[in-house]
Design a protein around this ligand. Structure first.
Ligand code: ADP
Ligand code: ZN
Ligand code: ZN
Length: 742
């Protein structure tokens, strides 16, 4: 028997080994093995079982590690597709498919030693006074983890062993599954009677799930439903159907909305009482041990429903019936390091390979997905009214250009928004204020000489954090004391001041305006601990908080019936980024944030403050007109040849020496041009300095490519990268279908 192995270290190659007969039974695709490599022993994964090898003499593997294969052959196949499509070595693709915690098997099952009091059979041996004391403590507890017992009694393991030898205690191993949600009490929920729009969507999805024959086209639905239209109920009932077919389901949600509130809705339906293990949760805050346990639960089929962020798309659910991608337009589905995959797109490919159905849900579908739906590649399902017949909130756009007063500059809150908050405080209703920038001010500027405090390592200005009196780079984390006067030697002006606003400054302003109101801020600066997020949201839900200020963290998925006012402090912020998706992002953000208002008995109001109030992204969002926005945005994308009109690939080169970097970039451009001549619709721009010219002390150059279809371009790029020798100190990354053009 021969196995082809992908080793853990980055070699971009697979290696063949022989399997001694004693291991043959335990070897399958995806098995982890220990192999000799040079003078070392390395871990690897079986990625193929070839009948023959082109090498005449093969070394034997040393050992098979763990039981069974942790990846399903189908997911292994998916990793191969990823490596090819996203231009990355197979071991990098495998790293995403099989999390480190699971692959190394280091954590293993958490086997805790317990100590238990037992009655000695026969005669009670003579105990020392100390031992007798320990025994009586143990008798009170009956059984407890050994570590706790030792701590409690300030004794050592040797002492405990003596108790065991004397026959009055038993030390045993207990396998404890770590359940990160062990302390939650969740009430079960029953399926709701679907309204007409939901019923239509539900029926279409079920019909696709019931199809027996293998489909040529991917079976993908776009569920375009306004916020509050009841998409989750449709997901829940489709998952129920998958279970009744004996298949499992994966639910992807953006990390940021993987809140207890979201998870609870799934657990309440599927995982209470006896079925407590039916739902596994995968998110980035799990410890290695917890991740290991959740993974095994899935692989062993005890958990049939997986809910998680991006990487949950690889969960070893088998057989797989359904993948749901909620908020499919979210950019966090794209991984910003190799393999630079997009979980939504991987979901579509995986589902097709495994005969599963995909439901992409959003109130503001990405241009790409809606384009596929219009073109018939995906099926379009629409839910255009709220499930409970509540009306969508009334959105008002405040023209901030008229708000400035000559003596004071432009205020943070417009007069109307201020009054609206006043009314809410009076009526004891709640307000959410949104601003996608943390810190106090976006920059520190000197009006005398024009100095702007910038990061010494990046081409970005530093953000002023007033509480700590620090300047911070939000890219690399550089952190320095804020100066009290201009640091330019020839200037030294004390008039140096901050410009722009961040959440911290909004909080300060509000505290001054509404001294009796209870105000909380939620951004990555205020959330230091794992529990902070939950705590603040719980306080908010219980009505202990009047005004919640936050970044995008509060934009999604939250459902608070008592919120009747939502304010967007500065809607233009996302419009002015140098990215062709700026308008799309702004439209999505306003729509999502607005969706937080009026989810209870009282209608909701949304105030959008803007300096460009007539921008189409803002105006279409005001009218809740997704299709209108799509159509005018499509014209722009078509004229400028941006996605979804054409596909993009972005090559970024980084290096400390700019001249050397530029030279390498020119070489690379030539090589790419040579390899891509026959690709339909191919064009290339650059090399040019990236919008973010310098980051963490490295210069950055980019080459941007366009093509009609991607798979062929990927293959050519991989070929170029294989044959290209770049000078030392120059690093290249390839990003297929980039969402971030920085
Ligand atoms: P979405 O995910 O589309 O934003 P939700 O799933 O959060 O919407 O639903 C909004 C509210 O409507 C929730 O409180 C939900 O319980 C309720 N809801 C959903 N479907 C129904 C239904 N068929 N009948 C009554 N209420 C429903
Ligand atoms: Zn100055
Ligand atoms: Zn920096």
């Amino acid at each position: 028997m021969i196995v082809r192995i992908t080793l853990e270290i980055a070699l971009g190659k697979e290696f063949d080994y022989e399997v001694p007969s004693e291991f043959e039974e335990r070897i399958a695709l995806g098995s982890r093995v220990k192999v000799p490599f040079g003078t070392r022993q390395l871990m690897g994964v079986v990625t193929a079982l070839p009948a023959t090898s082109s090498f005449p003499v093969l070394k034997p593997i040393i050992d098979v590690v763990g039981q069974g294969s942790l990846v399903t052959p189908k997911v292994l196949d998916l990793a191969r597709w990823m490596a090819a499509y996203y231009c990355c070595p197979i071991e990098i693709a495998l790293k995403s498919v099989l999390p480190v915690a699971v692959r190394r098997d280091r954590e293993g099952w958490k086997k805790q030693l317990h100590i238990r009091a037992v009655e000695p059979t026969g005669q009670v041996p003579a105990l020392t006074e100390r031992q007798a004391a320990l025994r009586s403590i143990l008798q009170q507890w009956k059984e407890l983890p050994l570590q706790e017992f030792l701590k409690l009694t300030r004794s050592t393991a040797a002492t405990a062993k003596k108790l065991e030898d004397a026959g009055v205690a038993l030390i045993c191993r207990e396998v404890m599954e770590r359940d990160p949600h062990a302390h939650e009490h969740i009430l079960p929920s029953e399926p709701l009677a679907l309204n007409q729009e939901q019923a239509r969507a539900h029926a279409a999805i079920l019909a696709a799930m019931n199809q027996k024959e293998v489909q040529q086209k991917p079976n993908v639905f776009l569920l375009h439903g306004v916020t509050g239209s009841g998409k989750t109920e449709v997901y829940l009932q489709a998952i129920d159907h998958a279970l009744s077919q004996g298949r499992g389901a994966i639910v992807l949600v953006p990390e940021i909305s993987l809140t207890p509130q979201t998870v609870e809705r799934f657990k309440a339906r599927f995982a209470v009482g006896k079925r407590a293990t039916l739902v596994a949760v995968l998110h980035s805050h799990l410890s290695d041990g917890e991740r290991h346990d959740e993974w095994h639960k899935i692989r062993e089929g005890r958990a049939r429903i997986v809910i998680g962020a991006r990487s949950a798309v690889f969960a070893p659910v088998d057989p797989l019936g359904l993948i749901i991608v909620d908020e499919e337009h979210e950019h966090s589905y794209k991984q910003e390091e190799a393999p630079r995959y997009h979980a939504r797109d991987v979901a579509v490919v995986r589902a097709q390979k495994e005969g599963a159905v995909v439901v992409l849900g959003s109130a503001t579908p990405s241009m790409e997905t809606y384009h596929h739906a219009k073109g018939g590649k995906y099926h379009l399902l629409e839910m255009l009214s709220r499930a409970d017949d509540k009306s969508l909130p009334w959105v008002r756009v405040m023209d901030m250009r008229g708000e400035g007063r000559h003596d004071k500059g432009i205020p943070i809150l417009s007069q109307q928004l201020k009054e609206a908050i006043d009314q809410r405080l009076e009526k004891r209703e709640q307000t959410m204020l949104f601003l996608n920038r943390r810190g106090y001010a976006s920059s520190l500027q000197c009006p005398q000489c024009g100095y702007v405090a910038g990061c010494p390592q990046c081409s970005l200005s530093l953000t002023y954090h007033r509480r700590q009196q620090r300047l911070r780079c939000h890219l690399c984390g550089h952190d320095e004391r804020a100066p009290i006067c201009c640091p330019v030697d020839t200037c030294r002006s004390a008039e140096i001041r901050f410009a722009g606003v961040g959440t911290e400054r909004v909080e300060d302003t509000l505290a001054r305006l509404y001294p009796t109101a209870s105000i909380r801020r939620m951004d990555s600066d205020t959330l230091k601990k794992k529990e902070d997020y939950k705590r603040i949201l719980t306080e908010f839900r219980q009505g202990k908080v009047d005004i919640l200020i936050g970044t995008q963290m509060i934009a999604k998925g939250l459902h608070f019936p008592n919120v009747t006012l939502v304010g967007i402090i500065y809607a233009d912020l996302s419009l002015h980024i140098p990215d062709f998706r700026a308008g799309e992002r702004t439209f999505q953000l306003i729509t999502q944030v607005a969706g937080r208002a009026g989810r209870g008995e009282v209608e909701g109001d949304v105030y959008v403050q803007s300096f460009t109030p007539f921008h189409p992204a803002i105006q279409y969002a005001r009218r809740h007109d997704y299709v209108g926005f799509y159509e005018q945005e499509w014209e722009f994308r078509e004229q400028t040849s941006y996605p979804p009109a054409l596909r993009l690939a972005l090559v970024t080169l980084r290096g400390r020496q700019e001249a050397k970097l530029k030279l390498s970039a020119d070489h690379l451009r030539q090589a790419i041009e040579g390899a891509t001549q026959d690709i339909q619709g191919f064009s290339l721009a650059g090399p040019a300095p990236a919008p973010l010219e310098r980051a963490e002390n490295h210069y950055r150059y980019q080459i941007l490519m366009r093509a009609q279809r991607m798979s062929r371009l990927s293959a050519r790029l991989a070929g170029v990268m294989d044959s290209m020798r770049l000078p030392q100190g120059v690093k290249v990354s390839i990003d297929i279908d980039p969402v971030n053009l920085y």
